[in-house]
Every structure is written in C-alpha cells, then in structure tokens.
Design a protein around this ligand. Sequence first.
Ligand code: PAF
Length: 270
Amino acid sequence: MLAPLRGKGKMVMVPTMGALHEGHATLLRQARALAGSSGTVVASVFLNPVQFNDSNDLAAYPRTPEADMDTCRSCGVDVVFMPTPEVMYSGDRSITVEENHLSTVLCGASRPGHFAGVCLVVGKLFNLVQPTDAIFGKKDYQQLAILRRLVRDMDFPVTIHGAEIVRGEDGLALSSRNALLTPEHRAAAPCIRKYLLEARDAYESGAAAAAVCAELRAKLESIPGVQADYVELVDAETLHEVTDEKRLCLLAVAAWFGKVRLIDNTELSR
Ligand code: PAF
C-alpha cells in the first residue's frame, strides 16, 4: 500500500502504539539515520486492540495523537500511518498468527493471546507498508525475539533491528505506562534497574541463577504495593532454560507497581 512511496533506498519502519516518548523518538531518529537521505522513514501509530487481553489496560492506555504527529515530524519521519481499528480489522476476521515456542514463557505466560495479537498486527503492518527494515526496542525483548521468528518463519523480506533500552536519568526504562504510576511508585520504580544490575553482577561473579532471581524478587516485593509477576534468567535467544552458560543470557523482570505492570531486562553472560 505504501510501497509506491519507496524509492531506491531503504524504507525503515517503526511500529508503535502511540503515546510517543523519548524512547520512541530515539527509535525514530535511528530509523532516519538508517534510511539516510535517499530512504523513507515510516512510523505507524496504532493502538492495537487485539494484543490487549485486559480491556481495562486498553482503556487506560494513553492516547496522544497530536503530540505523536509532532514527535514524528521533529524526528524526520516521512510518513505516519495512523489507521483506525476498522481499517485494520474486518468485523469477521478469522485468521490468527501465532508463535508457539518463545511466546509461551515470560510475558506470554501471564498475558494469553498478547503475542498472537502482536504477530497479527505486525504481519499486517509489514504487508501494508512493505518496509525493507523495521526497528523494535529491546525493552520488549521477548517481542523482539518473537518478531525475528515471525519474519524468519513467514519469509517477510524485512530486516529486524533491535535498539537498546532508553532510560530516564534515574534509570527507569521509558514506557508509556510510567505516566500511570502513583507518585510513590514512580519514585520507587528506578529500583528495578538498580536491582537488575546488582543481580547481573552477582550472576556474572558466579552466583546461581535461582538464588539471583529469588533475591531480586524479594527486593522488589519489599517495596510497598509491588508484586513481581516473574523474575527469570533465560537463554537470550530461546527465552527458555539456560542449557549452556557460555551463551548470552537474559535476566527479565515484570512487576506490578500497584495497578501498573512494568517490565525491564538486562543481557548477561559469564
Ligand atoms: O511494542 C509495541 O508498541 C507494539 O507491541 C507493536 C510492536 C507496535 C505492535 O502493536
């Protein structure tokens, strides 16, 4: 659909759900740099209802379309694709796109259907826009791994790039959900990063994975109103149990700060 806009250069896409913050702006600027002056940068802004398994979460998700347009403009985006749900989905849609290995663990275990919704919408966006490249952040590390698998197994001619996590000065990973935190939880949330780094150091100095995860969970849950969803140390590629400690690993956390679920992670090795 947007392919005719593509000249000889790359067409680099950054799919988003809007409520753009500095993390997204960083991805958009990276897309601009990757596309160069001869290429095209496309941002999609679409709050995908199909990937929300909790209607309250969807209702609470911030919507800032005008500010999103300004952000895209200031980051050098050429085209913003901002469809309505009706444009994206027929009422009687009946095709699903499911990844069945990487999606069963971590966030997939507590958000049934979420990654199928992500795969469906990203597959549709790739078909509609036909980018040469797409950039996704490593904060959603599992999503990035699953989308690499989607592209590989479904032969999408798109090169996927993973971008480093963008953090505030206090270390908290930028997320549209941060705006929903109470002041107390917003003040406490940078601890996630602090505890992740302490855990990474402990693991890289030889501590056992199970002990590292248990300690990180206990530290998080010592904050009033915080409940860990998962704290797991897994193989960074398979997202399953570590079978070879020499391979790159991932320490990933999801925790409820009151009603807001935050995620963060760090790669680690020893
Ligand atoms: O990471 C997101 O914002 C969304 O999951 C994505 C990739 C835009 C699909 O809706």
